[in-house]
Write a protein that binds this ligand. Structure first.
Ligand SMILES: CC(C)(COP(=O)(O)OP(=O)(O)OC[C@H]1O[C@@H](n2cnc3c(N)ncnc32)[C@H](O)[C@@H]1OP(=O)(O)O)[C@@H](O)C(=O)NCCC(=O)NCCS
Length: 160
């Protein structure tokens, strides 16, 4: 367990947590305007078997309430997915997950962290801006949502 004096606790997640990660992801991304690949249990298990991939859970009390999955290759890390279940938002879990991911990426030798976010996803963009991410690119029509195609912004932050 990784205690965080500045916020909610985060704990490393392994293959055995694939079902929990998938359940949390389904709750966090239940909004039909959010989209992306299907992050089911098998997808998490496959990704967690790849070298350089790591996942963490955030706890609200003792209950898992958020997740982050990242991949580090050479000196770059990428946040593959991050989410907090709706009932636990606004308590600093997103920020704690990003801090944990950044620390893990640093430990693995990364010097920069990247992610993609939908152009209309204001809560996520505020979180990333607070965490020091800056927009470095745009992928037009990258997401296919219930409302139609949505651009992805590519964000980067230097580490640590
Ligand atoms: C984006 C997301 C991960 C943020 O998670 P979160 O746990 O709510 O994030 P935080 O609690 O750290 O920050 C959210 C807000 O709560 C505020 N907050 C944090 N701790 C707080 C506290 N103790 N008391 C009051 N407010 C607090 C933050 O300042 C922030 O305010 P803002 O909305 O004005 O920016 C979450 O909304 C989510 O899962 N969305 C759906 C999935 C998604 O979009 N993922 C990202 C895809 S790229």
């Amino acid at each position: 367990m990784r205690p965080d004096p500045d916020g909610p606790r985060t704990v490393p997640a392994g293959l055995a947590h694939a079902p929990v990660l998938a359940a949390l992801h389904a709750l966090a991304f239940a909004d039909p305007d959010l989209s992306g690949p299907a992050w089911d249990e098998a997808a998490f298990a496959q990704l967690l078997m790849l070298p350089g991939t790591a996942a963490f859970l955030a706890l609200a009390g003792e209950e898992p309430a958020g997740l982050v999955l990242l991949r580090t290759a050479a000196d770059e890390a990428e946040i593959l997915t991050i989410g907090t279940i709706p009932a636990a938002r606004g308590r600093g879990i997103g920020l704690a997950l990003l801090r944990t991911a950044a620390a893990a990426a640093c430990d693995s030798g990364a010097q920069a962290m990247f992610l993609e976010v939908a152009a209309g996803n204001a809560p996520a963009q505020r979180l990333y801006a607070r965490s020091g991410f800056e927009t470095v690119g745009r992928r037009r029509g990258y997401y296919h949502t219930a409302a139609g195609p949505v651009d992805a912004l590519v964000l980067r932050r230097a580490l640590p």
